[in-house]
Design a binder for this molecule. Structure first.
Ligand code: NAD
Length: 962
């Protein structure tokens, strides 16, 4: 028995002694031999481990025998395992094949059973009884991480209620994501009310049945939202004295100490305790990767010892406050447990005042220690369907096998007890942070889990609405001059067409001449200007855009009808384009990539063209306009921008920002560098294209206009340089190994995000026949639940289409579809005013029909059934376009085949097919989708330049310079 003056290490050794006595052959995992071998082999080979875990993840979806074995072999091959060739050979014999399939299936199921207590409520009840015989408590977790629609969520909700009713004094752990299918932080109020309603019903039942409910914390993004809801409901009169509720604090989070302290302050105010489970956290890989991808501060500690140290500190805080909250210390780390035991002993905290928690199937040999020594131990008991349980299983496997996992080090690697029990604080001394990466970095998008960001956008929308109350006239901007036209057109809010945002000048041909002449004059100085300083200007403009982020989001939202997060992404992309092209231009102008030999010197000089016409579309009215303009000026050209008429104010805002930067930097001499001519594409756009002093045209828009520009430019002598990004008819393939929980929301976002008006949007879905019906059923339940509305309010998933013409054109296609194909989803309720079109899905569509071939540019999706992966690829490739493509698959072979054979400029695997990020996903198409290299990629700038190669014979009378 431990004593009061023991050290953490001594108590830890006690625990180890106990474990050793209990474990036969020092085998801490209760796995059969085979399972243990799988873990050991995978630990020795990281690559193989990844492939095996991926296989475990996909297995429940593989319902056809042959497919199971084939995919298993593919993963072995990917993992470069030496088992691959013998397994492949063995699998040629039908009997052995049958046997191998059985072994695989059996092993994974057995592995799952060691962590999952049962597949139904009866098995779960049996486990509960066994625990009570050992004097151990439990908390039941109904497996399931994600629901896609209300029907699926309702099933979970009813299951929770059933558990409370069926099990006396039930102890449950629940996940809010299982009962709320449409977690969306843009829609906080509605979401909150919805969740509060569901929780009230559940809590009411729990109170009357004397059940306890713990709300598990999941991803960091949702944490603050979850906590705020729980604090609110548990303070309501009805639940204020209920002590059966519990929450979770994750010690791997950097802000967990603050969270814990806030909960304690809150609990003191409440005057009745709730349980607080302290864990380290199970989503480390996800949180780390997500924050890196978003360029957000990493929310988790990046070193394991930091989480361990924090855990110890938080367990002290928790134990110190046992009178106000009920501490639950959940861990399998002997050192962390020993520290908590020791601290409680030192502080004379009664053993009945707190509890330890451990997971079912993990470190079982220690569990009796607690009951034998008078401590309370609660076991986290997951139960449910194997399919639902796989992500839980993968998390446990990761926990057992990660390099810095205590369980792995202690029980598989055999690290010494002293090492395992050392104070995590002592490791802090020799830790050093990695140096920060220099060079181009993507700017971070807004974090919409912070409500302050919502408020700032709402404030800016309010400001703009005030500004637009009396619509003002917008001029063309030429050099230093503002030139108002004789005639104006209205720029309106597509969500509320009665709201006129501004009156925009129709630029005249004369204005075009003037703009080109000012740009030509400015070109003389700009082309000679130091390229380093040119890059500086781009960076300064990027900074100024960043300063105006909220205003720009509001403007894009009002004029282009974009939801907040899409508008935010556009601002980030614009900033990225400028910073990236600044960086790339330095490389082009300072590196000589030609080879020189003794006596022969070779080098390239890159020369700009002169005046460029920048012709962007309305659907990325800011990012594409800024990107094309930035590329032109980074390379020494000057620009005349002809924006899309529908989004003229956004273009005006950019030129205003640009000229402001020129003025504040004392660069007034370059005020003619970027000029703006608003008006009709057919008139002024066309005129600029044909203007003899325009030498380069950067265009993004429809194939029809793009090709006509290309044709005209080729007739000019010398021919003009054309860079054209054009349309798409993008396909997403979902094969039978795909995870539909990911594929369906990914496809919905790809097809209906920004009302399908992205060039990259999915407009064709190709589904393998084996999952076709399930897919249709789930899509039919899920899609109608997306929220349509005014993007300015921030809550909608899908806003309006850009204008009345677009609305009519898309509805015409829908009417054709109703005659030529079968409507699966359509005619949904849409807002009364505004240019809204119902999300629409057709099935049984002929491959060569208009619906399947023409770019509709709206929220219309056609779905095909494929009978094989080859068939799926052939449908996908049956298009004159080749912009983006998507694939949801967990078959390594299918992924490889798609990489080789999918004729698309950008192929997105297991993620939505929209949302390219500068320098990470260079963007542009094949076939009719593009002329030139990709935007945001390493070759883009070269197109804005002409190459001059100099070769000099440096030999003089027999001697050559070095
Ligand atoms: P659009 O072709 O109608 O217009 C594009 C631009 O060209 C506008 O500024 C317009 O005013 C101008 N224009 C129109 N007629 C002209 C003419 N005769 N001469 C010169 N300029 C003229 O396209 P849109 O409706 O604005 O944008 C949607 C299209 O853009 C879709 O086809 C979409 O796929 C494509 N797009 C492609 C990409 C890409 O990167 N590949 C990106 C965004 C949009």
């Amino acid at each position: 028995m431990v004593m009061n003056n023991y050290s953490d290490q001594q108590i830890g050794k006690d625990l180890f002694r106990f474990i050793k006595k209990r474990s036969k052959k020092n085998n801490i995992f209760k796995f059969a031999w085979l399972k243990n071998q799988i873990l050991k082999i995978s630990i020795q080979d990281k690559n193989l481990q990844t492939q095996l875990f991926r296989f475990v993840d996909v297995l429940p979806c593989l319902k056809i025998k042959d497919q199971r074995l084939d995919i298993f072999l593919q993963y072995l091959q990917e993992g470069k395992s030496f088992f691959y060739t013998p397994s492949l050979l063995a699998s040629q014999t039908p009997v052995i094949r049958e046997f191998m399939d059985w072994v695989i299936n059996f092993s994974v199921k057995e592995l799952a059973k060691t962590f999952i207590c049962g597949s139904n409520i009866h098995e779960a009840k049996r486990s509960i009884q066994k625990l009570s015989l050992k004097n151990q408590k439990y908390t039941l977790d109904l497996l399931g991480e994600l629901t896609l629609n209300e029907r699926e969520a309702e099933k979970y909700f009813n299951d929770y209620k059933k558990l409370i009713k069926e099990i006396p004094l039930a102890q449950l752990s629940i996940k809010l994501s299982a009962i709320e299918p449409h977690l969306n932080l843009m829609n906080l109020d509605a979401q909150k009310n919805n969740l509060l309603k569901k929780l009230r019903e559940l809590f009411r039942l729990a109170v009357s049945s004397q059940a306890s409910i713990n709300i598990d914390t999941e991803h960091y993004y949702w944490k603050d939202f979850y906590f705020s809801i729980l604090k609110e409901i548990l303070m309501e009169e009805e639940f204020r004295s209920w002590t059966g509720a519990g929450v979770v604090v994750q010690a791997y989070l950097k802000d967990s100490q603050k969270d814990l302290e806030d909960w304690i302050i809150w609990a003191k105010k409440r005057e009745s305790p709730i349980s607080i489970r302290l864990v380290k956290g199970a989503y480390w890989d996800y949180e780390y990767a997500k924050s890196k991808q978003q360029n957000w501060d990493c929310p988790v500690f990046t070193k394991k010892f930091q989480s361990d140290m924090n855990y110890e500190k938080l367990s002290e805080i928790l134990l110190d406050n046992y009178k106000f909250v009920k501490p639950a210390l959940a861990s399998h780390n002997v050192r962390s447990l020993a520290h908590a035991i020791n601290y409680a002993l030192k502080k004379n905290i009664p053993k009945s005042a707190f509890e330890f928690q451990m997971l079912y199937g993990m470190l079982d040999e220690l569990k009796d220690y607690f009951s034998q020594n008078g401590y309370i131990l609660r076991i986290y008991l997951p139960y449910g369907d194997l399919v639902q349980g796989m992500s839980y299983l993968v998390r446990r496997l990761l926990e057992n096998t990660a390099n810095d996992s205590f369980l792995r080090q202690g029980f598989l690697d055999g690290s010494s007890e002293d090492l395992l029990l050392q104070d995590p604080g002592s490791l802090a001394l020799d830790s050093s942070e990695k140096p920060v990466d220099k060079g181009f970095q993507n700017i971070a998008n807004l974090d919409f889990s912070k409500s302050a960001n919502h408020q700032k956008i709402l404030d800016e929308i309010k400001n703009l609405n005030n500004e637009f109350k009396v619509p003002v006239k917008y001029p063309c901007l030429i050099g230093e001059q503002k030139i108002f036209g004789d005639k104006f057109f209205e720029s309106v809010n597509p969500a509320k067409p009665s709201q006129v945002l501004g009156l925009v000048s129709y630029g005249s041909l004369q204005d075009c001449n003037k703009a080109v002449s000012v740009a030509k004059e400015t070109y003389k100085k700009w082309s000679q200007y130091d390229f380093l300083k040119r890059a500086d200007l781009l960076r300064n403009v990027a900074q100024e855009i960043e300063k105006n982020r909220y205003r720009l989001i509001a403007l894009i939202c009002l004029e282009a009808g974009k939801p907040w997060s899409e508008a935010d992404g556009e601002v980030s992309e614009a900033v990225d384009f400028l910073n990236y092209y600044a960086e790339e231009s330095l490389e082009i102008f300072s590196l000589n990539k030609l080879r020189s030999l003794p006596g022969e010197k070779n080098y390239n000089i890159y020369q700009s063209y002169g005046v460029s016409a920048i012709i962007p579309p309305w659907n990325f009215p800011f990012a594409i306009l800024v990107g094309m303009t930035g590329a032109a000026i980074a390379t020494g050209n000057t620009a005349v921008i002809k924006p899309s008429a529908q989004t003229s104010l956004i273009a005006f805002e950019f030129v205003k920002i640009f000229n402001k930067v020129l003025k504040t930097k004392g660069l007034d001499q370059f005020l003619g560098l970027v000029n703006l001519i608003t008006g009709e594409g057919k008139l002024v756009g066309n005129y600029l294209v044909e203007h003899p002093d325009v030498k380069l045209i950067a265009f993004t828009g429809s194939n029809e206009v793009g090709m006509s520009i290309y044709q005209k430019a080729s007739l000019s002598r010398p021919p003009k340089r054309v860079i054209a990004e054009m349309g798409g008819k993008n396909a997403v393939i979902i094969d039978q190994s795909a995870d539909l929980d990911e594929a369906i929301p990914g496809l919905i976002y790809s097809a209906f995000g920004y009302a399908g008006q992205k060039c990259s949007a999915a407009s064709r879905a190709i589904i393998h026949q084996n999952i076709y019906q399930e897919f249709l059923e789930r899509l039919k339940q899920t899609l109608p639940e997306i929220i349509l509305g005014d993007p300015a309010l921030g809550q909608c998933y899908m806003g309006p289409v850009i204008d009345a013409n677009a609305m009519i054109k898309i509805n015409n296609y829908i009417n054709i579809g109703k005659q030529e194909a079968d409507l699966l989803i359509g005619d949904l309720a849409i807002p009364e005013s505004g240019y809204f079109v119902s999300p629409t899905v057709f099935v049984n569509v002929a491959e060569d029909s208009k619906l399947a071939q023409e770019e509709i540019f709206g929220p219309v999706l056609v779905v095909f059934k494929a009978n094989s992966f080859d068939h799926a690829l052939s449908i996908a490739n049956n298009s004159s376009f080749g912009l983006t493509g998507g694939l949801y698959s967990r078959s390594p072979n299918n992924i490889k085949q798609a990489i080789e054979q999918f004729t698309t400029g950008n192929l997105y695997i297991n993620r939505p097919c929209t949302g390219a990020i500068v320098s990470r996903q260079a963007f542009g198409g094949l076939k009719n989708s593009s002329i030139g290299f990709k935007a945001g990629g390493p070759n883009y700038l070269l197109q804005f330049l002409q190459e001059k190669t100099i070769t000099e014979n440096t030999m003089r009378r027999g001697f050559a310079e070095d």
